[in-house]
Design a protein around this ligand. Sequence first.
Ligand code: NAP
Length: 276
Amino acid sequence: MDTSDPTIILPRKKGLPVLGLGTWKMSGPSCSETIKFALEIGYRHIDTAQTYGNEIDVGNGISEAEIVRDELFIATKLHTDNLSYKGVMNAAEYSVDRLQTEYLDLLYIHWPSGTYDPEDTLAGFADLRDDGVISHVGVSNFEQQQLDIALKECDAPIFANQIEMHPFLHQDSLRAHCESNDILVVAYSPIARGAIFDSPELEAISKKHGVTEAEVSLSWIQEKGAIPIPKASSENHIKKNIESFPITLSIEDINVIDSITHEERQVDPEFAPWNL
Ligand SMILES: NC(=O)c1ccc[n+]([C@@H]2O[C@H](COP(=O)([O-])OP(=O)(O)OC[C@H]3O[C@@H](n4cnc5c(N)ncnc54)[C@H](OP(=O)(O)O)[C@@H]3O)[C@@H](O)[C@H]2O)c1
């Protein structure tokens, strides 16, 4: 397949393709094959993390797909054990090596936890950006309070905050705060790990449009200005999520999802800032 000519070309926001591929729970040769397949059909934004233990497999898939480097947007996250200044500098280089790339487009602080120290950690991130090891500084699972501190401490712009977001977790005020500080919102668990398939509201909208609840959820997230990164390992899901993205939802459809009051977090560790 000629990968320089993908079937689908996604628009970008500040250079970031508006749909990404999550890779949590993928590993081994099947992970590499999945990444290669996704890149061949048009995905250009790949999301991984040191914690997932799959950076080498993701890197193999990227390398096998032979996409021009400039077209790719590779994002990873530093483990919370690696957030001292020295830890940041060393761990970023390890990720660069494992992902078989010369630089990372986006490096996130996975959680404001563990060895995270705003001054120290963010000094490391700003230096990595100055050195060209990373193009953008990202944070993940930051609430408004942690964002404000990071904005004050970091000499480089905060490019994105990766947070859980789907029809059962709207994140309205946090998204508004990100927007007012020119920080992109990247939406993780955008299919709520399958929970959206139990929603009568989403079922009705999906039937009306002749699509699945997954496509409705991804399109609603896009409508809110955020960038979903669904994880999909089956070729059918990978294709479905990009081919129909986004479907056009009516104002009525959007209002129905906006009115869902049932909240359900998929990722809720004790050390999360909202639990402290
Ligand atoms: N920053 C953080 O702390 C954090 C936390 C969690 C996740 N993340 C990132 O966000 C990514 C996505 O989140 P997630 O993995 O938690 O959950 P998710 O994307 O909401 O759900 C993944 C599940 O949905 C299925 N799926 C995908 N497309 C589908 C479709 N069109 N129809 C039906 N089912 C579909 C997948 O199945 P198959 O795999 O079988 O195709 C998989 O079982 C992660 O992979 C990771 O990269 C980040």
